[in-house]
Design a protein around this ligand. Sequence first.
Ligand SMILES: Nc1nc2c(ncn2[C@@H]2O[C@H](COP(=O)(O)OP(=O)(O)OP(=O)(O)O)[C@@H](O)[C@H]2O)c(=O)[nH]1
Length: 310
Amino acid sequence: MARKQKILDVLFNDPSISAALARVNVFAINHYSGGRDVISSLIPEEDFAAQTSYDPLMWLEYVHPDDRELTRQAWDSIVQGESDVFDGEYRFLVDGEYRWIANKGTVVTRSEDGLPALYLGADRDITEERRLRDLLEEEKERLAQLVIKDDFLNIPNRRYLETKQPQFFIADGRTPIAVLVLDIDNFKQLNTDLTHHGGDEVLQIFVRHVSTCLASTDILARYGGDEFVLILPNASQEYAQAKAQCILDAVSQIDLSAMRDNLSVSVSIGLVHGLPAAPQDFWSYFEAADSQLLLAKQLGKAQMQSKLLP
Ligand SMILES: Nc1nc2c(ncn2[C@@H]2O[C@H](COP(=O)(O)OP(=O)(O)OP(=O)(O)O)[C@@H](O)[C@H]2O)c(=O)[nH]1
């Protein structure tokens, strides 16, 4: 005890040591002294002095209410002796504003009842670091979205299907799914009649019309060119058939008279519905739907052909 006391005396009473520690944001709290000996705390000295009875948890009041519970839990495990090392990030009230602080420190000594007596830690203001980290995360998310989105039509693209399909394709033998492949009829001719730019406009009008039939859980993606994939997770066969009919009707309503007279748009649809079971995957459903699309084209276009998969 005498040796510990000596260490504490040096630590807290030698101004050169206190100053050296403060320079690297090391703070020390001597709970033996009822919290009177403090080096370099973010809490103003007068707030310590103003305490009528010493509360070793008073610092938690400076932690942002949203971060307080987690911080308290982490500190509790120190108090209870489950760990000596504290390593946390929280917002802390400094000069009237909340700053993000990283606090890493350790209990140096415990009193006889096992409670932390001397705690040495380093506070680091990471507000700017956190802001940059958040910006980077947002940017990464934005780029990730760009990669899986068709920029022109503002819907998911083929890469989306390739990366995300396991999420909606549940091959447990009891979760139904419908996969539809849509292809605009005679789009090559539309491009010739309207120019490529006009064809682009038709693609946008097409997506707008198809979207009037979609529910929030339906996923429409552009597979490429004038070919689209529509996934209806958890859909009944009747729901899928009605969806295809809605799309056929909506596309037949497209009016291109503002661009050129006597032009109409139609779509052919291949539909498969089933209860996928392992080892089936999304692409086996896609291939089957694509075969149905081919059949619809061969049978005269502007129609839907469907198949039930086991
Ligand atoms: N305007 C435009 N045309 C595209 C785009 N991507 C692909 N195309 C064209 O779309 C046409 C697709 O034609 P196909 O689907 O092969 O044939 P189709 O004329 O639609 O005939 P069917 O599918 O048998 O009805 C091709 O001429 C492509 O050059 C695009 O982003 N914009």
